[in-house]
Design a protein around this ligand. Structure first.
Ligand code: TXA
Ligand code: MG
Length: 342
């Protein structure tokens, strides 16, 4: 079922939630696969539809900041973050209350909370009258869905329906911050940047897993960071550097017709390969974030042999784009500017 944002359609979608079914909703970050967070049976359907490992907890979406106290033990840092960044693309993790079933938190004694900024998501939560557990709307391991069409492609008849809210304006999932320890930890970068967070949380630490592969001995702070993620079907290799340098590097690899390049807008001319896709502009991570998952999905459809992605490493929202690309490339990131003799 494809619903519009009309009142009648929102009511129909909310009814499905109340009946314990799964509905895909747009948020400002990515689409979410939503179900009643207070119903273990309903939440299990999300895990089934996604093929999501049971050890990976879900974010609980609320519509008013005051609802936080029903589900978590808040502290002043959470209150400040909510005042500054909600509604918006920020999730924080707090000790959970018993109202949240353990299937939502994957057995952990914490819960992730978010108050999204998308009007359709807010209307759905209010109409359903319950908090909504919602992971990104993609098959587990695949790029997150950022349009209703992406969601339909992944789930077709596996869910009750999708509310079409057009393309998501951020395109990357929310920033996730853990408030479980004395020092807050950034677990997943997003459109709320470390620089913005430090205005409120000056002692914020960035988890090692944000920018590097976890060593086997390292403690996993967030289960989602340990799973394969955002990966296209084809082998994907990240290439840092200017386009001329990246193309010189590709020429050393015996590229074939079926290899693809994902580059920045306006840089297509540097790459003489048959499959070229773009994701935003160099120097503009906001545009990159908005288009990245759509571009990865487009490439998948063309069934390339390998995908070479042009990457730049920048601060702010750039950290979020880099973090997703590291995972899409299974941490294969080549700095072509450091290869001498090209
Ligand atoms: O933008 C978003 O956050 C989207 C939209 C739909 O709101 N949702 C989303 O959910 O990206 P998901 O499930 O794809 O990613 C949630 C991340 C996962 O990495 C998960 O492991 C982590 O948050 N997480 C959730 N609860 C947690 C907890 N209690 N402790 C640590 N990490 C947690
Ligand atoms: Mg996800």
């Amino acid at each position: 079922m494809l619903w519009s944002d009309s009142d009648a359609d929102l009511k129909a979608a909310a009814l499905e939630i109340q009946q314990g079914n799964v509905v895909a909703m747009p948020t400002e970050t990515v689409y979410g696969l939503a179900a009643n967070a207070l119903s273990p049976l309903a939440v299990r359907k999300i895990f089934e539809a996604k093929g999501r490992p049971a050890d990976n907890p879900l974010i609980v979406h609320i519509s008013e900041p005051e609802q936080m106290v029903h589900y978590a033990i808040p502290d002043v840092r959470a209150q400040r973050l909510a005042e500054c960044f909600w509604p918006g693309p920020l999730t924080f993790i707090l000790p959970k209350k018993d109202t949240i079933p353990s299937v939502v938190s994957a057995g952990l004694d914490s819960v992730a909370l978010r108050l999204p900024a998308h009007p359709i998501a807010l209307r759905l939560i209010r109409e359903a009258g319950v908090p909504l557990a919602a992971p990104s709307a993609n098959l587990s391991g695949k790029p997150s869905g950022t349009t209703a069409e992406h969601v339909l492609n992944d789930f077709k008849t596996k869910i009750a329906g999708v509310i079409d809210g057009g393309a998501c304006i951020c395109g990357l999932e929310s920033t996730v911050v853990s408030l479980l320890d004395t020092r807050p930890v950034l677990l997943r970068p997003g459109f709320v940047t470390p620089e913005q967070l430090r205005q409120v949380l000056p002692d914020l630490i960035i988890a090692n897993a944000v920018e590097s592969q976890l060593k086997n001995s390292e403690k996993v702070l967030s289960p989602g960071l340990a799973h394969r993620h955002y990966a296209p079907e084809a082998e994907t290799i990240g290439c840092l550097g200017q386009p001329e340098q990246i193309f010189k590097y590709l020429c050393t690899l015996q590229i074939c017709k079926q290899d693809a390049v994902l580059c920045f807008e306006g840089e297509e001319k540097f790459f003489s390969v048959s499959i070229v896709e773009t994701y935003g502009k160099r120097g503009d991570p906001e545009s990159q974030g908005r288009q990245l998952f759509d571009a990865l999905r487009n490439l998948d459809r063309k069934k390339p042999n390998r995908i070479f992605v042009c990457v730049e490493k920048t601060a702010g929202i750039g950290l979020a784009v880099y973090n997703r690309l590291l995972r899409a490339c299974s941490f294969r990131m080549i700095d072509t500017e450091r290869i001498t003799g090209l």
